[in-house]
Design a protein. Structure first.
Lengths: 87, 373
């Protein structure tokens, strides 16, 4: 089963409810909040996409299918920025 | 004056016993526009955005919605700066490792990751690296290859190699790297056991690389040097570093006392403790306070301190104050020659806009004229 986790090369900071992220090949920052912040925080430990969807659906009182697409897209964005890795 | 006293409380926020309301008499009203503008100017200049953000988040400082946005924005921008510097540091680390050059990360980045519970609290504006004296020239060559240029020419190459604290370098991205061969120039620097700094180093992980930094006692000593000697008007961020380390207790007090005595830095620690009390209202207890709180510096030590933070902070003043701290007449003569007899390259670099060399004649001329009398 595929798990997702923060890339060791990722640099980041916490700023209130926002997270400020920087990948290994850019000096541009990515600022995430809301669902994105929640996903980043959960990725402090390796997670499957299904686990992320389950936690977020419960936390935001939404149906898993409503959250699943956003999670998948966001993970793709983080992966493309070198911020997360799939195992 | 409300802004400057409030800035001190901001700088202390989060230390033990310093997590209550920042305004002494508060009716819940936010600061006026003028006071707020002054406060944020000081916070920006002194790199206190992390502590201000923390205080506002904790409800310790009432703010308007607009002021809250300003704090959030300032913190975000400061964090972005820190991340860019860390990205650069990781890239430089790869180059230095490949070249076989040993280095330690000093100050900002090391403090953020090793001293503070959350690196988002500690802001910084440059990278500071310590190199072994024997590798200093090689290190500068690697940094030069990466596009970094020295901000100033040293008086002589001998000065740069044996006596300088280091060199400030500017990168093509507009960033700054302070390359150190010592923690402080002159008097107090000559007493530091530079090999000990590397021997007691600790590791930390950043951006997928293992980096090394000063051990907790040497790190605290460096913070004391920086706070006590770095600026005539001490920087609040520097004093906070000292207070943070002294109160979080990751150092071994007996070892710190030993280092301070071995490095003849008692007056530096005494001054650092005094700054913590005076500027942050932080009283440190325990072995360190017992050893240095009541320390009375000698005349020589007062003169040395004054050369860093007194009214005459000239290079010559530092050179002269440093002489008693050097071992023997040969070392003193070498230091004087390296410091005061400038190379042609240095003199050329100091030519002013009108083409007049400020050192025309210079020390060589003065010595020749005194021989002719």
């Amino acid at each position: 089963m595929t798990t997702w986790e923060r890339a060791p090369e990722a640099l980041w900071r916490r700023s209130g409810e926002r997270r400020i992220l920087m990948g290994p090949t850019t000096d541009e920052v990515l600022v995430v909040e809301g669902t994105g912040r929640a996903i980043w925080d959960l990725l402090g430990e390796p997670c499957t996409q299904e686990e992320l969807v389950g936690v977020l659906a419960e936390g935001f009182d939404a149906r898993p299918e409503e959250v699943s697409l956003d999670v998948r897209e966001f993970l793709g964005t983080l992966r493309d920025a070198g911020l997360v890795i799939e195992r | 004056m409300i802004a400057s006293s409030l800035a001190r409380r901001v700088a202390a926020f989060g230390l033990p016993g310093h997590d209550g309301p920042l305004l002494e008499q508060s009716d819940g009203a936010p600061l006026s526009a003028d006071d707020w503008a002054q406060l944020t100017r000081i916070v920006s200049a002194q790199r206190l955005a992390g502590y201000l953000h923390r205080a506002v988040e904790a409800g310790a400082l009432p703010v308007t919605a607009e002021q809250r946005d300003e704090v959030d924005d300032l913190h975000l921008r400061s964090c972005a700066t820190a991340l860019r510097l860390e990205r650069i540091l990781v890239q430089l680390a790869a180059l230095l490792d490949e070249a076989g050059i040993e280095f330690l990360v000093l100050k900002g980045t090391a403090s953020a990751h090793l001293v503070h519970e959350d690196p988002s609290h500690r802001m910084f504006g440059d990278n500071d690296l310590l190199f072994r004296s024997g590798q200093f020239d090689e290190a500068l060559a690697v940094l030069s290859g990466a596009g970094y240029q020295r901000a100033a020419t040293p008086p002589t190459s001998a000065f740069a190699r044996r006596f300088a604290k280091g060199a400030t370098l500017h990168g093509t991205s507009g960033d700054e790297v302070d390359a150190h061969r010592n923690l402080v120039f002159g008097s107090f620097g000559f007493q530091i056991d530079l090999d000990e700094l590397f021997a007691s180093a600790v590791s930390f992980e950043l951006g997928g690389r293992q980096l090394r930094a000063l051990g907790p006692e040497a790190r605290l000593m460096h913070a004391c040097y920086h706070a006590a000697l770095g600026d005539p008007v001490p920087r609040l961020n520097s004093i906070r570093d000292v207070a943070q380390m002294l109160t979080t207790g990751r150092h071994a007090p007996e070892r710190l006392v030993h280092l301070a005595r071995a490095w003849r830095a008692e007056p530096v620690l005494a001054r650092a403790l005094h700054l913590c009390r005076e500027h942050l209202d932080v009283q440190v207890d325990g072995a360190v306070a017992e050893a240095f709180d009541a320390y009375q510096p000698s005349r020589r030590e007062r003169r040395a301190i004054a050369s860093y933070v007194g009214t005459d902070r000239s290079f010559l003043s530092k050179v002269l104050a440093s002489l008693p701290y050097l071992d023997g007449p040969r070392e003193r003569a070498a230091f004087l020659r390296a410091s005061l007899v400038p190379s042609a390259e240095f003199t050329e670099s100091r030519t002013n806009r009108r083409g007049v060399k400020p050192f025309r004649g210079g020390v060589r001329g003065a010595m020749a004229r005194s021989r002719r009398r």
